[in-house]
Ligand binder design. Structure first.
Ligand SMILES: Nc1ncnc2c1ncn2[C@@H]1O[C@H](COP(=O)(O)OP(=O)(O)OP(=O)(O)O)[C@@H](O)[C@H]1O
Ligand SMILES: [Mg+2]
Length: 244
């Protein structure tokens, strides 16, 4: 079972879009995939138009969870919405608070891939997700402010590694919102490839309106616009991850 978190501290960099379309891409390739919405905003769950009564917050509170089948090979755990915020506050008072998710998810077997869609913050939920995951995908929208979010995330990965003395948590940056008409996209892309020579996906996700539209019809990009640039780019990312 490969455990991926799609995480960065900055909001709106394409985390949910990546989690949803990577998860469905892997499922379409025949892998069994569990997508966990870890964000109280519930954007991944909303994309599929589903609402599990017992989501991640319930799993962390009581161990009970609804796993919803949303497509062939693709399963979803809702976040639980605002209840997840309350659970996070309660966790803060407990011992082993950074390992609660590892414990809660230890019985969930049988998936080839687990993909966590993370909230944009430096919070205990994200620390728990880091403790649980082996691989972190850091979506970086190609502008200057987004680089700070990526650096903060990398700093947090290193701290959590130390905190839970975990062997490895690998991270790879995924450039998103590439716009060939702007210089800034090219400059930031060059800069991150120089700074992290091994740590950037070959795949670059381009700006594509179809990606913005797809959740409105409760569809992934492969369903909404299978011939779009967005579908092509996420298909390429899926292949790159399948080959890791
Ligand atoms: N490559 C893209 N081209 C155009 N629009 C995109 C692209 N990727 C994502 N979007 C749109 O940009 C917005 C933000 O994307 P998304 O919700 O995936 O970001 P996020 O990082 O999950 O945000 P948050 O931090 O709030 O969770 C959404 O409206 C989404 O549809
Ligand atoms: Mg999101």
């Amino acid at each position: 079972m490969k455990k991926y978190a799609i995480m960065t501290m900055k909001g709106g960099t394409g985390k949910t879009t990546t989690a949803v379309n990577l998860a469905h891409g892997l499922a379409l390739s025949g892998k069994k995939v569990l997508l966990i919405d870890c964000d109280p905003q519930r954007n991944a769950a909303i994309t599929f138009g589903n609402e599990g009564k017992r989501g991640l917050s319930s799993l962390l509170r009581t161990g009970d969870v609804d796993i919803l089948q949303v497509r062939d090979n693709l399963f979803l755990i809702d976040s639980g919405g605002a209840d997840l915020v309350e659970v996070e506050l309660l966790l803060g008072k407990e011992r082993d608070r950074e390992k609660r998710m590892v414990k809660a998810l230890s019985n969930l077997k049988g998936s080839d891939y687990v993909i966590c869609d993370c909230p944009p913050s430096l919070n205990l939920i994200n620390i728990n997700i880091l403790a649980f995951s082996d691989e972190i995908v850091i979506p970086l929208s190609l502008d200057y402010l987004s680089q700070a979010g990526a650096s903060q995330t990398i700093g947090m990965i290193k701290e959590v590694k130390w905190l839970i003395s975990k062997k490895t948590i690998n991270f790879t940056i995924l450039p998103t919102f590439f716009d060939s008409r702007t210089n800034i996209s090219k400059l930031v892309l060059e800069d991150i490839r120089t700074r992290f020579p091994e740590g950037v996906f070959n795949t670059v996700i381009r700006v594509n309106t179809a990606l913005r539209e797809a959740p409105g019809s409760n569809e992934t990009i492969y369903e909404h616009a299978p011939l779009s640039r967005g579908a092509f780019d996420y298909y390429r990312l899926t292949e790159e991850i399948l080959n890791i």
